[in-house]
Design a protein around this ligand. Structure first.
Ligand code: SAH
Length: 259
């Protein structure tokens, strides 16, 4: 089948998922960063219920599953990712405690007040930081935790090129203090924040992506959509390398309080 005459939007869903499915992570992060965030959570027992929203193929969920007690539900829009997620859980012997389901973070299939911890790495942007924190809070038990990563400005001012890049892709990106204020307003104690080390981007995200990009180009030679997609991925990596002092991912850990 030729994809030549399709628009980028017709071609991209299956190919983009194929590309990201071949990566262990679909966003910046690392096992060390996941465990560092987990170290601030002090309410978990074998009876705990944890949800990982926008879990992708479960890179971080499997780390959580190996170190946190209780049951974890990974929730993800893509059924392809969930298939890989559940295969990974079985491979690691976690299938009784770690399960992936298809669903959307803006319509959670959980009971209100039932979760001890909501996790979400590199995914809350799909619903928006403040909206996600506000809506998800309803699903937490009193004293439950939220732990999310979000792209964040490190400075008040920044070069025009990187400002324009983010305004194009995610204009809601904000500074660390502004996000902490939003977390507080949404009804949480801001327990901790930390900037993800740059190896979460370089070693754990961009480096594995280089091979995946080469494979994608080799599998669909001459496909304009694929070429544009790969070019955009490479541009994102180049922007990070040039402007990493101005933005990055931050882990935000909050504890639900009664307002
Ligand atoms: N947490 C993973 C994946 C991050 S990529 C990691 O860090 O590796 C963001 C993920 O959010 C993608 O897998 C995407 O399919 C998923 N996603 C996008 N919109 C969503 C929604 N409305 N509900 C659930 N998942 C969503």
């Amino acid at each position: 089948m030729s994809n030549e005459n399709k628009t980028i939007y017709d071609f991209d869903f299956s190919l983009i998922y194929e590309y990201f499915a071949s990566l262990e992570r679909q966003g910046p992060g690392s096992p060390e960063a996941t465990l560092n965030a987990l170290s601030f959570i002090d309410n978990l027992t074998d009876e705990s219920h944890i949800a990982d929203l926008g879990c992708g193929t479960g890179g971080q969920t499997m780390i959580l599953g190996g170190h946190a007690p209780g049951h974890i539900t990974g929730l993800e829009l893509s059924s392809d990712f969930i298939r890989i997620f559940n295969r990974n859980a079985s491979r690691l012997g976690l299938q009784d405690r770690v399960k992936g389901i298809v669903g959307s973070m803006d319509d959670l299939p959980f009971e209100k007040g039932s979760l001890d911890l909501i996790w979400s790495e590199g995914a809350i942007y799909n619903i928006g930081f403040e909206r996600g924190l506000t809506e998800w809070r309803e699903y937490l038990k009193p004293g439950g935790y939220v732990a999310v990563t979000e792209a964040t400005w490190f400075t008040e001012q920044r070069p025009a090129e990187i400002h324009d890049f983010w305004m194009l892709h995610y204009p809601a990106i904000d500074t660390l203090p502004a996000n902490v204020a939003q977390m507080q307003k949404a009804g949480y104690i801001p327990v901790a924040t930390f900037v993800l080390p740059s190896n979460c981007w370089t070693d754990h995200y961009f480096a594995p992506a280089v091979t995946a990009q080469q494979q994608l180009l080799a599998r669909y030679p001459g496909n304009k959509g694929v070429e544009e997609f790969v070019a955009a991925q490479r541009h994102e990596a180049a922007m990070y390398s040039r402007y990493k002092d101005f933005y990055g991912y931050v882990f935000y850990i909050g504890k639900k309080i009664d307002k």
